[in-house]
Design a protein around this ligand. Structure first.
Ligand code: S3P
Length: 426
């Protein structure tokens, strides 16, 4: 187990090369693996979660070569083949749920498994609709948990009104319904990377006025070269760190600023943070910008509704910003945080309390009394990369610092996190 001891030590200054966006990286590999010819992906996130998707696509017979700069994806000429082994999704919910959709449209057996954290994450949300589409899906406790065994094939066009907004579930169903068409409606609109990419590959999607999303049956997907933008979820750690560590100034180039992902920028703006956005020309369906963050005085805010969904992955580090701010912050409508890589509500509340912050735990969020982190403490980040990074940021301003146990979890999404932290601290 890796344990980090992080103590305050001056401002963060400079620039770093952010890792590629995790959501876009998964989709660039999966969708190009289903396309009619080879494609190149630049800036792919090299981290465990995306490596799980890459190896799984190889298991389906897709050729994937990485020369260190570019990744070349070559779909098998006769379509995907039955994987000869269990596909290991590691810690990655996105891999498991999107690959389940891929598998459901194929007339063979696919088995998807994951690590201890992924094996506790809810799968009924995809198993039920995939069964309704005609796939044979089994899993532990009648499909509640991984591993999943899927025998897909001739599905029928179906409609799904989802109970929770989830880009993983929506993308799973779009992938499963790629040959026959499918309709999906979410209570709120989650990140739309899949929709943008399949449309750029020639698929037809329609949004109805009452918020149904319809994918028309797809005969072929044109391959698409992808320049993966910097991950705004990784940027969030530096935006918060630069905002709360006095004297800091951090510049981040080429960050993906898809509006379904930029809730962290809106939440920080509402807190009075000094974050500037300079749009830059991206090369694909995802908008990009450079971001400049400087230290400032933060105030408490309310994060709920659509905003909470648009910054769900960033809520742990926003909770740290809230603790460093003046006044109260309320986080609500974020019950989904409890079924991420860990129960992030419980972990954040426990971690902030250990660092001397007054926090009330709610079923769907928390209420944080700001005024600064006053002590220091030990936090268990086992199995959850974002908890490790959020509390590393807390350690930059807690007088006695943070001890982050289980910090190896950052390899899921941001293996260079610690190196980048030291670079920014000079
Ligand atoms: C993701 C969707 C989100 C997010 C996850 C990545 C994706 O999950 O939390 O880190 O790439 O589709 P849900 O929208 O399924 O909650």
């Amino acid at each position: 187990m890796t344990t980090w001891e992080i103590v305050p030590r001056g401002p963060l200054r400079g620039e770093i090369d952010l890792p590629g966006d995790k959501s876009v990286s998964h989709r660039a590999l999966i969708l190009n693996g289903l396309a009619s010819g080879p494609a190149r992906v630049r800036g792919l996130l090299r981290a465990d979660d995306v490596r799980a998707t890459l190896e799984a696509m190889r298991g389906f017979g897709v050729g994937i070569e990485d020369d260190g700069e570019e990744v070349r994806v070559t779909p098998p000429p006769g379509g995907l083949v039955e994987p000869p082994r269990v596909l290991d999704c590691g810690n990655a919910g996105t891999s498991m749920r999107l690959l389940a959709g891929v598998a459901a449209a194929e007339p063979f057996l696919t088995v998807l498994a994951g690590d201890a954290s992924l094996s506790r994450r809810p799968m009924r949300r995809i198993v039920k609709p995939l069964r309704a589409m005609g796939a044979v899906v089994d899993g532990r406790e009648d499909g509640r948990f991984p591993p999943l065994a899927i025998r897909g094939g001739s599905l029928t066009m179906t409609q799904h009104a989802l109970e929770i907004a989830s880009a993983q579930v929506k993308s799973c169903l779009l992938l499963a319904g790629r040959r026959v068409g499918v309709m999906v409606k979410e209570p709120r609109r989650s990140r739309d990377h899949t929709e943008r990419m399949v449309q750029a590959m020639g698929a037809t999607l329609r949004h109805s006025e009452d918020d149904w999303l319809a994918l028309m049956p797809v005969d072929r997907l044109d391959p698409i070269d992808v320049d993966v933008p910097g991950d705004v979820s990784a940027a969030a750690f530096w935006l918060v760190a630069a905002s709360i560590v006095p004297g800091s100034e951090v510049y981040l180039r080429g960050v993906g600023v898809n509006p379904t992902r930029t809730g962290v920028l809106d939440a920080l703006e509402a807190m009075g943070a000094d974050v500037q956005l300079y749009p830059v020309k991206g090369s694909g369906p995802e908008p990009c910008a450079d971001l400049l963050a400087r230290a400032g005085r933060l105030v408490g805010t309310r994060i709920d509704g659509d905003l909470a969904l648009r910054c769900l992955d960033e809520l742990p580090v926003l909770a740290v910003a809230a603790a460093a701010a003046e006044g109260q912050t309320v986080i609500a409508d974020a019950a989904e945080l409890r079924v991420k890589e860990s129960d992030r509500i419980a972990r954040v509340v426990t971690g902030l309390r250990a660092m001397g912050v007054e926090v009330e735990e709610c079923p769907d969020g928390m209420i944080i009394e700001g005024g600064g982190l006053v002590g220091g403490g030990r936090v268990d980040a086992t199995g959850d990369h974002r908890i490790a990074m959020a509390f590393a940021v807390a350690g930059l301003v807690a007088p006695k610092g943070a001890v982050v146990a289980g910090a190896e979890a950052v390899s899921s999404s941001y293996p260079q996190f610690r190196e980048h932290l030291e670079k920014l601290r000079g």
